[in-house]
Each structure stands twice: as C-alpha cells, then as structure tokens.
Ligand binder design. Structure first.
Ligand code: FAD
Length: 383
C-alpha cells in the first residue's frame, strides 16, 4: 500500500532497504543473542543520512521531509527495531530538541556530529520513581555561580552507555512540570556514570542504561531553553518521537506480513501449503489490515508535520494503534509459523519481543488513551 511518493522519497526508501537487507538483516539474530549490535554500523547509517534526515543542511542534516523520515523508520523497524531506537532517540528526541530549543552555539556544537552518527545522544527523562508521571521527576540541578550542579538517577535510558551527549531533565524550581529544566550534559563529565542494563525481553541489540549523576557540574550554557521549559521541551520531543515509534511499528507489522506469507506459502501440511487453509489466511488478513491501518495513521502524522500543523493527538493515536498492532501482528505471524516461530532462526520471535516495549515507552498505551480522551472531552484524567 502506498500513497504517491516523490522520486526522492522512493529513492531514499530503496537505498535504505538495500543497505539494511545487506548490513543488518543477516546479523540481527546474532546481535540479539549477544545483546549488542556491531556499533560500526552507526556511523555508516549516518553516512546514508538516517541520523540527519529532518535536520537542516546547515547543521549537517539532509533537510528532508517527515514522509521520508517515517519511510526510513519503517525500514529500520522492518530490519531491526534496535537500530530504529538508536536512530530515533539520538536524531529525534535529542537532536530535534537541540534544533528547536537550542542556541546557535549549542546547535553548532552538537548537531553536525549527531547528524553524522559520529556522536550519539540519549534522552534522560525516566527515573526509578517516575515514569508516566515524568512531571514529578526528582533529579536536581542547583545553580552554583556560573555553573549548574546536577544530582540524581535516570532509568531505562536508550543509548545510555554509548552516548556522547545526555539530554537530562532536572528540577531547578518547585514541584511539578513547571519546575523542570533541560540540560545538555557531555557524558564524559566528572560525576556522570552510565551503567548498562542487561536481560531485556527485546531490543536486545541496543544499549539501555541507568544514568547516575553525582555532582555533575556543567556551565550555564548547557541549559537548553530557559529554566522551567524542560517539561515542555520533553513533551514536544515525545510528540514527534511517538511518530517515529509508530513508524517503526509499521515496519514490524510489514516484516511480520512478509514472513508469514513466505512461511505459509512454502510450508505444507495435509498435502497442501498452509496458506490454503482459511484459518491461516484469517491470521494473514489481520496482519495485512494492521499494516495498512497503522501506516495510514503514521503517514497522516508525517503530513501534519510537513505542513507545520500540531501533531500531538494524531501522534498518540498512531503510536497507540501501531504499537498494539505490532504486538498483535507479531503474535499472529508467530502462530502462522507454528513451533518454528518460537525459535530465533525465523524473525517473528524477535519481532514479538521487540514489539512488546512499543506499548510501554514514550508513553504507555494507557497514557496515550488519556491524552486522546483529554482531547475529546476537554477533561484531564491526570489531575
Ligand atoms: P509506570 O509509569 O510506573 O506505569 C506502570 C503501569 O501503570 C503502566 O501500565 C501504566 O500505563 C500504568 N499507569 C501509570 N499511570 C497511569 C494513569 N494515570 N492512568 C492509567 N494507567 C496508568 N525513558 C527515557 O527517559 N529515555 C529513554 O531513552 C527510555 N528508553 C527506554 C527503553 C526501554 C527498553 C524501556 C523498557 C523503557 C525506556 N524508557 C526510557 C522508559 C519508559 O519511557 C517508561 O518505562 C515508560 O514511560 C513507563 O514508565 P514506567 O516504566 O515507570 O511505568
């Protein structure tokens, strides 16, 4: 299923597909087993433009549109969601925030390297005590002369042990979201430590870490935006991030569809391909429908972003539907594979494990429903 794409959009998708089929797909099962991708692929993805797609050319980006970006995220999700997460966090959540809220100096310092994939960013919002309720975070940033000093802990941070730059949200003021500020913290700063978290169900190829900030001193120029704007910076980033997650989920559903059709048309039982059984076609039809519906919701978001329109509620709907669809589709695809689906020689087991976190991070499915419900009723269930 395709809307009309420009020649450039088609061309980027083809290049992305070819690169990932060659450089990622043959290795993903092994990366998953050993709990790390080969990080040499990161700058190579940078060369192709994955990290700088929607960043302006003057900062080393490609200056592309959001339709191209969701096509890229779909290809990454189809190939290996671990790669999609690395790109989305560094280029979307972190570089996107620097572009929107940063000074010219901050943009020039960080964006060219983030766009090239020669530096990675991580996004430090979640803490041991706050996840969905991020506005009540407790990491503190205390002003000390011309510096800030940060103390606190962040949890489940994608790219944490690989990142050069941590976008850290910390409290500079009173309680609640208005007391939160954002800081650009080089991960080599004294007092900053990232500790790897292992044993994840999925996304095993990407680094996830806890961040420990013990008297981390940064100059005042590390403040992103103004004091008190941190929560808004985080929420704007997550609105856009949800589009990336949703697009990656479309890739998972698409990969599941291809794998299920491939298996069902080659596996025979009762003397016939299993694809000829109506109950198997039922599973495949559901996956196909999920692929189309999720993709249309994602493409609406990309179109809104390209027209400069607000994307918040549309992004929540896309993320909610596409993430639940990815879990459903992976489960259906595994069913089509029978016992073989349970073994990681086939891609569907990994699709299922990777899909599972999509309904949890960047706002759980319950939180997306509350955001959609608030938009429809005008009543917030959060307060
Ligand atoms: P909780 O907020 O404790 O929620 C637990 C359950 O309660 C959920 O079902 C939730 O939906 C429900 N719940 C909570 N509040 C409500 C409510 N008001 N109404 C109804 N139900 C509610 N965070 C980062 O900052 N940066 C990252 O890079 C990052 N990467 C991650 C990578 C991985 C692999 C994982 C697993 C997590 C990552 N996270 C990251 C954290 C992620 O965003 C959080 O796990 C998520 O926001 C949920 O928070 P929580 O785990 O504390 O769950």
């Amino acid at each position: 299923m395709d809307l009309s794409l420009s020649t450039e959009q088609e061309a980027f998708r083809a290049v992305a597909r070819e690169f990932l089929e060659r450089e990622a797909v043959p290795h993903r099962a092994e990366w998953d087993r050993r709990e790390s991708i080969d990080t040499a692929i990161v700058p190579r993805m940078g060369e192709l433009g994955f990290f700088g797609l929607t960043l302006p050319e003057e900062y080393g980006g490609v200056g592309g549109d959001h339709v191209t970006s969701v096509l890229a995220m779909e290809e990454l999700g189809r190939a290996d969601s671990a790669l999609r997460g690395i790109v989305s966090v560094s280029s979307g959540l972190v570089a996107g925030s620097v572009l929107r809220a940063g000074t010219e100096e901050q943009r020039r310092e960080w964006l060219p390297r983030l766009a090239a994939g020669t530096a990675l960013g991580c996004f430090g919002l979640t803490e041991p005590g706050v996840g969905s309720d991020a506005g009540n975070l407790t990491t503190r940033a205390r002003r000390d002369g011309s510096d800030y000093v940060l103390d606190g802990e962040k949890l489940f941070i994608t790219n944490g042990t690989w990142a050069d730059l941590a976008l850290v949200f910390a409290r500079t003021g009173g309680d609640g979201p208005r007391g939160v500020s954002a800081f650009l913290v080089p991960t080599g700063s004294a007092g900053f430590e990232a500790r790897e978290i292992t044993g994840k169900l999925g996304l095993r190829g990407q680094a996830t870490a806890s961040l420990h900030l013990d008297g981390v001193r940064v100059p005042a120029s590390a403040l992103l935006g103004e004091e008190g704007q941190g929560f808004r910076i985080a929420m704007t980033a997550l609105d856009k991030g949800r589009v990336s997650v949703a697009a990656g989920c479309v890739g998972i559903v698409q990969g599941c569809l291809e794998a299920a059709v491939d298996y069902a048309t080659t596996r025979t039982q009762f003397g016939r391909p299993i694809a000829s059984f109506q109950l198997v076609q039922d599973l495949i039809a559901d996956i196909s429908l999920d692929a189309d519906a999720a993709r249309l919701l994602v493409w609406r978001c990309a179109d809104l972003l390209d027209r400069g329109e607000p994307v918040g509620v549309a992004a929540s709907k896309a993320k909610l539907f596409a993430s639940e669809a990815a879990v459903r589709a992976a489960n259906n695809a595994l069913q089509v594979h029978g016992g073989s689906g349970y073994i990681d020689d086939y891609p569907v087991a990994k699709y299922l494990r990777d899909a599972r976190v999509m309904t949890l991070y960047e706002g759980t499915s319950q939180i997306q429903k509350l955001l959609i419900g608030r938009a429809e009723t005008g009543i917030s269930a959060f307060v």
